[in-house]
Design a protein around this ligand. Structure first.
Ligand SMILES: [Zn+2]
Length: 205
């Protein structure tokens, strides 16, 4: 496989780089590729933590509001429904895609791809799913939504007592975990393992 330097376009034949080391462009000194240490195991653990946080974020209330003895709790999906009912279908769809569907697809898809790879197996349709995950990555934008929540909390605080729900904390943690998992994922290693799994005769480690 050939790769090009993203700075000066010099072409290189990609050879395996030892774990923890980097390949540097000999012409301009740009980083071509770094073999991240324990990338697969680390990413997989982060994905599992992410899935747990995702379920917490969706099961528990985002905010609780007390107003003259009245107690209101809102979960993420109830929030989406409320937006939809208030004639904000576009915004409801955007929140649904960026905060629920895209992160869930990303987390469960990576889990589906990475877990078998850890045991030198390749799950059916892995190349398609992995390519799709990489394409959909920009669509999980929970941090944008998080900002929206904080703004509405400040606005709502005038109307009563606002108590941040458990989901708000797990949501914040999920944003960090997902960014970390994306950063620790090494697509070169994954493609290496996928192609190794396609030919069982070739031994790879
Ligand atoms: Zn270069």
């Amino acid at each position: 496989m050939m790769i090009a330097c993203h700075e000066c376009d010099m072409l290189y034949r990609l050879e395996s780089v030892p774990e923890g080391s980097k390949a540097i462009c000999s012409r301009c000194g740009a980083l071509l590729y770094s073999h991240k240490k324990n990338s697969l195991d680390r990413t997989l653990s982060l994905i599992i933590a992410g899935l747990i946080l995702f379920f917490l974020s969706n099961m528990f209330p985002l905010i609780e509001m007390k107003n003259q003895g009245l107690m209101m709790k809102t979960t993420l999906s109830q929030g989406v429904k409320a937006l939809y009912n208030q004639d904000m279908q576009g915004l409801a769809a955007l929140v649904l895609i960026t905060c629920i569907l895209a992160p869930f697809f990303q987390l469960s898809g990576l889990f589906y791809v990475l877990l078998p790879l850890k045991y030198q197996r390749v799950a059916p349709k892995t190349p398609h799913i992995f390519r799709l995950i990489r394409k959909l990555q920009p669509w999980s934008m929970m941090e944008v939504f998080m900002l929206g929540i904080l703004v509405s909390i400040i606005k709502l605080a005038k109307m009563g007592t606002i108590i941040p729900g458990l989901s708000l904390y797990s949501f914040a943690a999920l944003i960090i975990i997902l960014a970390w998992a994306t950063a620790s994922l090494d697509p070169h290693i994954i493609w290496d393992k996928i192609s190794a799994g396609d030919n069982p005769g070739v031994k790879h480690d």
